[in-house]
Design a protein around this ligand. Structure first.
Ligand code: KG4
Ligand code: ZN
Length: 338
């Protein structure tokens, strides 16, 4: 406790960000240190798991010290340690989980393992003090595309998911074929600003009527074929047009399915989560549609959309209040389900 508040240390190492945060009462960020490895992995065109693990190992102790110093807390003030234990890269997750267990063992502070996707959803609690379940969430990240109805802080109903490529993965692959580099999402987003979203007719895959699942692999193939065809015909490929048209297709599907789910669940609150929630076209389109339908939209600022320790600290707080602590047998699971 510090200033009479419950303090959580949040640890996130599921991919290429070593992030440590100190969160008060599950809602207030006292510090959120993010040590990104993007510059390192950019050279390889994507995250190299072995290199990610090594850098987590190198950076994690310093990040913990920095986060605690910035929040002005010591271990005596910390009531809970929350750590991402899946899904993610196994070697990367293990560094966070082993560190959290060592700290818990040495200090006696209780420990909980947090599902990374619950973390992304909880980013909304950090930005919006008034947000409480129930509400609908659209999760759009590198590995997930989900529509989830949140019934309570620790209960949810997954109403749709990825059948093939997740939306962030699709952005990254499309960016790679156009030589835009890694991570592709922000680069496509930026290039699309100079392009015409109606320049190329890419398909909108809605799947079966009433389905809330997503499929982006057909769209990915269509974009790759278009780029290769233009290159072979020695035509000048105007990359901003390809980016804008691709992005419009993705946005149309995500927004349409989200609005349909909101109607079905009769909710007037939609929260967005995950790295792709930083996408400017998606944010604009959701804002417009929600305004028209009188739905309150919760859109975390970009730093809370990407992987960060604060979202794990928030999720850990609510999980601990409802279910208590985990023991030191806590393990990392690459494919941890919702
Ligand atoms: O949630 P996140 O940081 O990591 C996972 O849990 O997967 O999401 C990373 C994904 C990457 O695929 C990245 O390209 C994408 O989010 N992304 C974006 C944008 N910023 C990040 N995609 C589209 N537009 C953006 N502005
Ligand atoms: Zn993530």
């Amino acid at each position: 406790m510090k200033y009479g508040k419950f303090i959580t240390l949040g640890i996130e190492t599921s991919c290429d960000e070593t992030s440590i945060a100190v969160v008060a009462e599950g809602r207030e960020i006292l510090s959120n240190v993010i040590s990104s490895q993007i510059d390192i992995h950019t050279k390889f065109g994507g995250v190299v798991p072995e290199i990610a693990s090594r850098h987590h190992l190198q950076d994690i102790n310093g990040a913990i010290e920095d986060a605690m110093k910035e929040a002005d807390v010591d271990f005596a003030d910390i009531d809970l340690i929350g750590v991402t234990n899946g899904p993610g890269l196994i070697g990367a997750l293990v560094i966070g989980v082993a560190t959290a267990k060592a700290l818990s063992f040495a200090t006696g502070i209780p420990l909980v393992g947090v599902n990374h996707m619950h973390g992304h959803i909880s980013a909304n609690y950090l930005q919006y003090a008034e947000l409480k379940p129930p509400f609908l969430t659209l999760i759009v990240s590198g590995g997930h595309t989900n529509l989830v109805y949140i019934t309570d802080y620790n209960k949810c109903e997954v109403i749709g998911g990825t059948r093939d490529d997740a939306v962030g993965e699709t952005y990254d692959k499309v960016a790679r074929v156009m030589g835009l580099g890694y991570p592709g999402g922000p680069k496509v987003d930026r290039a699309a600003k100079d392009g015409n979203p109606d320049a190329i007719e890419f398909k909108r895959v809605m799947l079966e009527k009433n389905s809330f699942d997503f499929s982006f692999s057909g769209l990915k193939t269509q974009v790759l074929n278009h780029v290769n065809r233009e290159k072979m015909a020695k035509k000048d490929l105007y990359i901003p047009d390809v980016c804008a048209s691709f992005q419009q297709s993705v946005t149309d599907v995500l927004v349409e399915k989200t609005m349909r789910a909101a109607a079905k669940y009769e909710t007037d609150r939609i929260a967005v989560a995950g790295g792709v929630a930083a996408n400017s076209a998606l944010r604009d389109a959701l804002e417009k549609r929600c305004r028209e339908k009188n739905i309150k939209l919760y859109l975390p600022k970009p730093v809370l959309c990407t992987d960060n320790g604060a979202m794990i600290g928030s999720a850990a707080y609510y999980q601990y209040k409802a279910q208590g602590a985990d023991d030191l047998f806590l393990d990392a699971h690459a494919g941890l389900p919702f």
